[in-house]
Unconditional design. Structure first.
Length: 310
């Protein structure tokens, strides 16, 4: 017996069983009578049983047909229940923004405007390396970050789309010599040791991209250090080490610090929207549309506007 029965065959069988008339059953199902008769014969072949006694004057159920009726009803009821479970609004989309106050948050806000009936819930994983594992495991759906900096094994189950080439900056403690100007030329970082998350396993992609940039200009990358947690702890460590911290221009500078964009040339970080390969969700569609709209409206920098980290 064929184990994967087409529910359409069961639906045709039940219509005939209830009407005990092929023509009336065909009209009820909006089918040609010949098509319905073929479906019933196919079901009988697959089950290896005769389901109806047919004469020129009447149609009657056989004992096997009688036995099939309750089973067919249960199967079709389960199918309808399954369809109904997925007919309503999509489940919430869990969106990792990495850090509050960034471009990712603005993309999410616009996406919520574009899809007001969808639930897009923010999460903060602090780094795409950490978020990638969460996406692959299904614990979050979407994140933002430097996709090219991920290890190949982390990239494999993911899809991505670059939404913006973000200009880079440095965070400096108040009173640092480089804080006096409105920007910091790359050459001015010579002799400095720049912190870029080394030692934080959740932001390894950021450290990888930063190393490529700093090595190009002979600038030292700060060695691994424990991640600071909280604004006050960050301010305290900055005041003690006096080291510039590599960031993007939209990163909110903590109290006691200033943020200065890097120039000559302007280094660009390719920010990607990242999701689990094969994900289908109206919220994801809204996010990609939101990013495209903001890029057009605000003239976000493109690859040609600076030197991409690649």
């Amino acid at each position: 017996m064929h184990r994967d029965l087409d529910p359409r065959l069961l639906r045709g069988f039940l219509a005939v069983a209830e009407e005990l008339h092929f023509t009336r059953a065909a009209v009820r199902l909006h089918l040609a009578q010949q098509a319905l008769s073929r479906d019933v014969r196919r079901l009988e072949r697959e089950l290896g049983a005769e389901l109806f006694l047919r004469t020129t004057r009447q149609v009657a159920l056989t004992p096997d047909g009688e036995r099939l009726v309750p089973h067919a009803r249960r199967v079709l009821a389960a199918q309808e229940e399954l369809a109904a479970a997925f007919a309503g609004p999509a489940r919430p989309l869990l969106v990792d923004l990495n850090t509050e106050g960034m471009v990712s948050g603005r993309v999410l806000a616009r996406a919520r405007e574009l899809a007001p009936d969808e639930e897009l819930m923010a999460r903060f994983e602090s780094g795409l390396t950490g978020a990638a594992a969460e996406i692959a495991a299904g614990r979050i759906d979407v994140s933002f970050g430097l996709f090219g900096g991920l290890e190949p094994a982390l990239r494999a189950p993911l899809s991505h789309r670059i939404v913006r080439y973000e200009p880079l900056a440095v965070i400096l403690p108040d009173g640092h010599p480089l804080a006096a100007g409105d920007s910091v030329p790359m050459a001015a970082l010579a002799g400095e040791t720049v912190y870029a998350g080394a030692g934080n396993p959740r932001t390894a992609e950021w450290t990888t991209a930063a190393r490529r940039l700093l090595d190009r200009y002979g600038i030292a990358l700060a060695p691994p250090a424990p991640m600071t947690v909280g604004v006050e702890e960050f301010r305290r460590v900055m005041a003690r080490t006096r080291r510039p911290v590599l960031a993007v221009v939209d990163f909110p500078a903590p109290p006691g610090c200033v943020l200065r964009p890097l120039t000559d040339p302007v280094p660009l970080a390719p920010l990607s929207l990242v999701w689990r390969r094969g994900l289908r969700h109206p919220g994801l569609t809204a996010l990609t549309r939101a990013a495209a709209e903001l890029a057009r409206e605000e003239g976000w920098p493109e690859r040609e506007a600076g030197e991409p980290l690649e």
